[in-house]
Design a protein around this ligand. Sequence first.
Ligand code: NAI
Length: 399
Amino acid sequence: MVVVVVCGGGNGAHTLAGVAASRPNTEVRVLTLFADEAERWTKAMESSDFVTNIHNHDKSITKLTNKPRLVTKDPGKAAIGAEIIILAVPAFVHAQYLEALKPHVTPGTILVGLPGQPGFEFDVYTIWGPLASKCSIMAFESLPWACRIAEFGQCVEILGTKESLVGAVHIGSVPSKFDPTLLLQGCLGPHPSLLTKGHLLGITLMSVNSYIHSSILYGRWHDWNGTPLDEAPLFYQGIDQDTADLMSGMSDEILVIAKEIMKKNPKVDLHNVDHVLQWYLRVYEDDIQDKSNLYTAIRSNEAYIGLTHPMSKTEDGKYLPNFKHRYLSEDIPYGLAVSKGVAEVVGVNTPLIDKVLIWCQEKLGKEYLVDGKMIGKDVTFTRCPQRYSMTTVDAILGK
Ligand code: NAI
């Protein structure tokens, strides 16, 4: 029997709990530290199955009814004897789980960020200290599914399952009982197919949302005159050529960071860092109608049909951009600021990232980049290396 700990109480945690509990020889325990989620989830399952509805391509639904063995807020009860611990929560909650789990984790355990999100490994190295190097650490670029809780603690809907999911593994000095990738694949079933390659830092740098979302917001609103709009503009499919060029340029800057690190550290593999166009062609292969270039790929991506800018409504029914949305509030401190911080440590200039970051931080009312350095007062609320006093390339590589 493999013991799997799922951390969190949201959409991803519900889905992972239901899917993994349905796999053979797998005991699933859920650890949720938030509010009264553990009690509510436990109570909800007393009188009902725990249902995971998988919506298949052919419109059929596969229904799984296996329950996690335990839902608890006690990290000791959850972690004892665990082979693998999977964090399936938003990035800003990772530190809380790592702190809570640390006294209960034994060397050789596998830790997974699903998704990892930028700077995941910096949180792990810093909070777990020497324990981190004795564990195997994995990070993935996203969740395996598009999923939503239908009924808390009782039913979750898997709206779509990715074909493949890219991640990276750092093998710890104390071997785990099982191969990390195979073990996680066993928890998920055949899909998505897990593709683990390269260094964990590659997953941090490859977090495309941090510059896709910020470049689109910048492109649409940086010269906006403040007049409310009659309707919300299309987010992805409304981009112009300048925005696509900006996004592409920011992606090029990320590639330069990766290349510079590999030049200084030939044994470090960051080939898992791709240009954003390559990422689009991989992830949305079947949805993109015109694959000529980044601009046409985004505008013709059918997965984006109808998605609009985050807006708030005025009393007279007009629309204003919502700059408090997670595209800024999460994708900057747990995204673009991390890339900029890594660039600073590596010594790579990033004029386009700087320009967008400065605009975004102003919209958020935060201060990260000051006079070209990540020294602003709000750096402590990001996952950029400077927040952890990591000043060398070795430190960000976890050496
Ligand atoms: P979610 O929004 O459902 O997560 C909410 C959960 O996070 C809560 O139930 C609670 O357990 C925890 N939480 C929230 N605020 C907290 C706080 N202040 N303190 C402690 N715990 C708190 O997130 P979801 O949908 O499960 O997504 C997890 C990650 O996966 C996110 O980074 C999301 O962007 C990403 N993702 C989600 C997809 C989806 O379809 N749900 C698809 C692709 C990526």
